[in-house]
Write a protein that binds this ligand. Structure first.
Ligand SMILES: [Zn+2]
Length: 310
């Protein structure tokens, strides 16, 4: 199997990768590994402060809230936590300090990342009625490398009215998507056979070229896009062209004149693999981790088979 990042990617957290010399079941194994096996950090426990307290101005605030604690805990679990496995974090079940202690004592700096938040609604003399609490209000108590990323700070958690406060400690641990979706680092994972566009009937293809469409990188969709051999091999351009062909497809009233002037050839054993991460991992790291997960699994299988057959 060969893998190659397609030119122009990754873009943000999205990526396209050409996987060749393979078949669909192998590519699907990578897809499943990305969704279910690649570990990431997610908040899994939240300790809320509860009760009524008085601030230094004598104002009384209470831990009631528009949302139930469970819902806030769920929203916290969905915030992408920057995951860098080089930091030496271990899975809670593999942690030497915590493996053999009772449930309530589990959790130490080696296996969890600690966050805190302390917010209160507008003061009683304020003109504002509500205050929104954002993911950006969360403070990291552990290493700053785990700070919520800038792009995720605008995620709203809840709103507080006058006289309300929200205070908690939150604990993030490593996990895998197969145990809970909050530990799945990717979205929109898919793949399709690699295709090459062929210009079969240049005159009839004018129906498409006259529409003045462009590819996502701004190149006009015209005869020049197809080089001398009347083919497009650039994967991004082929995918853009595929979308453009809907403008001359069945039901558009142009399909008769267009008369399948451009056709698609499928490349054997090659697939365009695309996905995006939630921002906890960069897409290249996530893909490599998926391949590592698969190779470890098959190594284990080889060992098991060897010992079973010995
Ligand atoms: Zn631990």
């Amino acid at each position: 199997m060969k893998t190659e990042i397609i030119e122009g990617w990754p873009q943000g957290h999205e990526i396209r990768i050409l996987v060749s010399d393979t078949d669909s079941s192998q590519v699907n194994a990578i897809r499943r590994a990305l969704i279910a096996d690649v570990p990431k950090l997610a908040i899994t426990r939240v300790d809320f402060s509860q009760g009524v307290t008085q601030d230094n101005k004598g104002e009384v605030v209470e831990s009631v809230n528009a949302l139930p604690d469970e819902v806030i805990a769920h929203r916290l679990a969905m915030i992408p936590i920057p995951t860098n496995l080089d930091e030496g974090l271990v899975f809670p079940e593999a942690c030497e300090n915590c493996r053999d202690v009772v449930e309530k004592d589990k959790g130490c700096p080696m296996c969890q990342v600690l966050y805190t938040l302390s917010a209160r609604g507008p003061s009683s003399d304020s003109e504002e009625e509500l205050k929104t609490v954002f993911a950006g209000d969360i403070t990291t108590i552990s290493d700053p490398v785990f700070d919520i990323r800038e792009e995720h700070k605008q995620i709203p958690l809840t709103v507080l009215s006058k006289g309300q406060f929200l205070e908690f400690y939150a604990f993030a641990v490593l996990g895998r998507g197969r145990d809970h979706a909050k530990w799945s680092p990717v979205a929109a994972v898919g793949f399709r056979p690699q295709q090459i566009a062929v210009l079969e009937k240049p005159k009839k293809a004018k129906v498409l070229f006259d529409l003045g469409l462009t590819t996502t990188d701004g190149t006009p969709i015209d005869p020049k896009l197809f080089g001398k051999d009347k083919k497009i091999t650039n994967i991004n351009h082929v995918m853009d062209l595929e979308k453009a062909l809907h403008q001359v497809g069945a039901g558009t009233g142009r399909d008769g004149d267009f008369d399948e002037a451009i056709t698609m050839e499928t490349v054997d054993g090659a697939f365009v693999f695309s996905f995006e991460t939630d921002g906890s991992l960069d897409p290249v790291t996530a893909f490599n981790m998926a391949l590592d997960e698969l190779s470890t699994r098959f190594d284990n299988l080889n060992e098991d088979l060897a010992s079973a057959l010995a």
